[in-house]
Design a protein around this ligand. Structure first.
Ligand code: DGJ
Length: 725
């Protein structure tokens, strides 16, 4: 009898080994699905990512399953490009990752699925994680890497995600630029080979290449039609987005922290968390992908993402470092009288022994310069209150000047090397503080904490950073962990910002990276908005803002009206044009109002009142890009925003080049409700409003036929509000 039972059990065990079934895992957002497949003890497969499907059979029955590894490891499958590559302490360089189990957790807006993958030989584990949102079409994906080996394991490659694409032609859209000309749009076909988009700045990761991309699948990039994949990395430090395309035009994206000079010695049981990569997919072209990212950013990434932003005056291009109590008071009174809501005192207010007279001194000494501001910040906050506006202030907390009391006291708090001469940055005297050092983290948190404790009336902080990471070396990190510096810097940065956000949830924070160096979700997860570029020439801003809008929402995109002629480009443009460009983002002003004529002040007042009318739609609506400034054959640019319920919209058109007898295109709108009727109302009319003022047209006609506009002057522009009738 016993024998029979044992035989029976054995048979059952053997049977169950052979019948361990493959499982399909369908991860769905409202309009997209990602399909994975796994069998316990076998690799995890990535089968599909695209429009929402209700059953895996749609993928299998159509023969379109990709059968690609979800997170390829180096060592056994060596011919293919791997995601993760490590060296174990015994010198073995291989890793095999087999599916063990799935763990799920949930919060109000998302579910997180963790696929636990284990090496059958080494006690090494990678959890491939997906956060699936229920209200937006975005999935965040990252990995958790750890081991229980006896000694450290060296990580050489450790991307957050590896995404395979269906075979066929792919077109890449990405942003590249330079200081004062950030987020320029570049589009190209992906040919066999490797395309790398990366950053090595060390501190700000978006001034040159942005950590975001789109892939148009099977057809050239188009605004409102076609299948497009989008990805953006939530990391503030160096990153690498690598797309490997093979002979069959099968592309695979590897995205994560830039592993270059950042090999990581992982201690037993330490968890190495890679930053999330947010991915999305749309069949409504690039515009669909942008709208998905914008909605996700407003609902889940930005602070106060659904709260309207104040209209501000920033002092920088108005007075630069020449701050005085009187000048600040006057600027506050001026912006208040124009209808503005916030004043931001920029660089130049601090330093005692090493006062901030030029950019060569003062950084690190965050005490008020009593010579410039004898009554201190409290008096400024008071003046703001009297004018019924809010008060904001500039800091550059990660940096120090060699001419500072901070550096005299803590020379080893900077990033630097024992045996080499220090390489300085801006002003010839700037250095980066070593944020891997917890004492430095406390100091930086203290800068904000002290300001907020002493002057609780501060409503807004502009957090600037004007230097890259030179002199790669940490006085704090041990010799064998110097390669951790870049990663530890940004972990430190995150810790500081988390503390700030916890203690000061209402504070509005602007991420500034010497212009647009911090237009990236790594920084933006703690911030409310970013400084888009130090270039506020309205004409050039059309291009910068257009590129930026591919991944970042208007509510976070600080867009200021500059003086004319523009300080950077020398271009002279009408005030209307400058306002009309700034109005398509988070509008502000950056000039000295005292120098404006009566007419200009009157126009500005009306423009600010006009912006207040359209602000909810611009900042919270869906964006539709209509005519690209990059399409230089058209000489025009045009875009619009539509409220979620489609009852309201705002249309913008700009003339980029003026010539006689010029062809003006028909402006076809998008995103409206075809069955609704909209009344057209010009915002910011100059002398006489445009010919269609007050007219009512159906959404269908506006989208199919469009409107003709007589944009006949140089730098002509128009902003039209559409209101459902
Ligand atoms: C660089 C920023 O981008 C500017 O807006 C301004 O804040 C300066 N720094 C101040 O030094």
């Amino acid at each position: 009898m016993r024998q029979t039972i044992i035989t029976f059990l054995l048979f059952f065990c053997i049977l169950s080994v052979f019948t361990v079934k493959a499982e399909d895992f369908l991860l769905s957002t409202p309009n997209t699905s990602l399909l994975l497949e796994a069998t316990k003890g076998k690799p995890l497969h990535f089968q599909y990512y695209g429009s929402r499907i209700e059953s895996p059979s749609e993928v299998y029955n159509s023969g379109t399953a990709l059968w690609q590894l979800a997170y390829p490891a180096f060592g056994i499958e060596t011919p293919q490009e791997a995601a993760v590559r490590v060296t174990h302490n015994d010198g073995n360089m291989s890793l095999v990752l087999l599916f063990d189990k799935l763990e799920k957790s949930k919060d109000a807006a998302s579910e997180t699925w963790k696929f636990i993958l284990k090496d059958p030989v080494y006690p090494f584990q990678v959890n491939v994680c997906y956060k699936i949102y229920s209200d937006v079409d975005v999935i965040e994906t990252w990995t958790e890497i750890f081991h229980r080996e006896k000694k450290p394991v060296m990580l050489y490659h450790f991307p957050s995600a590896s995404i395979p694409f269906r075979p066929g032609k792919q077109y890449l859209s990405h942003l590249h630029g330079a200081w004062a000309n950030e987020t320029q749009l570049y589009e190209e076909e992906l040919l066999p080979g490797v395309k790398i988009i990366k950053n090595t700045d060390g501190v700000r990761n978006a001034q040159t290449d942005n950590p975001s991309l789109m892939l148009s699948v099977g057809q050239e990039p188009s605004e409102n039609t076609g299948a497009v994949f989008g990805a953006t990395l939530i990391w503030s430090g160096n990153y690498e987005l690598k797309i490997d395309t093979d002979y069959y035009r099968r592309s695979r994206l590897f995205a994560g922290i830039n592993p270059d000079a950042s090999q990581y010695s992982l201690m037993p049981s330490e968890i190495f968390l890679t930053p999330p990569l947010a991915i999305t997919y749309s069949v409504e072209g690039k515009g669909g992908v942008s709208r998905n990212f914008h909605r996700w950013a407003r609902n889940h990434q930005l602070n106060h993402g659904t709260q309207l932003r104040d209209i501000l005056l920033n002092s920088w291009e108005g007075v630069y470092l020449n701050i005085t109590q009187d000048i600040m008071n006057r600027m506050m009174a001026d912006i208040a009288s124009l209808g503005g809501e916030l004043f931001v005192m920029d660089d130049g207010w601090f330093g005692d022994k090493h006062a901030r007279k030029t950019t060569a001194s003062g950084l690190g000494d965050w005490m008020v310069d009593k010579k410039k501001l004898p009554q201190g910040i409290e008096a400024l906050v008071e003046t703001a209150k009297k004018n019924d506006i809010k008060f904001g202030i500039w800091i550059e907390p990660e940096m120090v000047n060699s001419n500072s009391e901070l550096f005299e006291k803590h020379p080893k708090w900077v990033i630097g090397q024992e045996n080499r001469t220090q390489r300085y940055g801006r002003g010839g005297h700037q250095m980066v503080l070593d944020l891997s050092n917890p004492e430095v983290q406390d100091f930086i948190f203290g800068i904000v904490d002290n300001l907020m404790t002493k002057y609780p009336g501060i409503a807004y902080i502009k957090w600037d950073s004007n230097m890259s990471m030179y002199n790669y070396g940490s006085y704090y990190l041990p010799k064998d962990k110097q390669a951790h510096l870049e990663i530890e810097y940004h972990r430190g940065f995150n810790k500081i910002l988390e503390r700030i956000r916890t203690k000061y949830p209402d504070l509005i924070l602007q991420a500034c990276g010497g212009g647009g160096g911090r237009v990236s979700y790594g920084t933006m997860q703690y911030m409310d908005e970013f400084w888009t570029s130090d270039n506020i020439d309205a004409w050039q801003r059309i291009f910068i803002q257009w590129g930026c809008s591919h991944f970042y929402p208007a509510i976070a995109m600080a867009a200021h009206v500059s003086a004319t002629k523009n300080h950077g480009t020398g271009r002279v443009t009408p005030l209307k044009f400058r306002f009309d460009v700034a109005m398509s983002g988070r509008m502000g002003i950056e000039l000295q109002p005292k120098e404006m004529s009566e007419n200009e002040l009157a126009f500005s007042k009306k423009a600010i009142a006009g912006y207040k009318k359209i602000r909810p739609v611009v900042q919270l609506g869906d964006q539709y890009r209509l005519i690209s400034p990059y399409d230089r054959q058209q000489d025009f640019a045009s875009l619009m925003y539509v409220s979620e319920n489609k009852k309201e919209a705002v249309f913008f058109a700009y003339k980029l080049q003026h010539s006689r007898n010029q062809m003006i295109p028909r402006f076809r709108m998008a995103g409206l409700d075809a069955s609704k009727k909209y009344r057209l109302e010009e915002i910011n009319p100059e002398d006489k409003p445009f010919g269609l003022q007050g007219k009512t047209v159906t959404g269908k006609y506006l989208m199919e036929e469009g409107v003709d506009l007589s944009l006949t002057k140089e730098y002509a522009s128009i902003v039209v509000r559409l209101i459902e009738q």
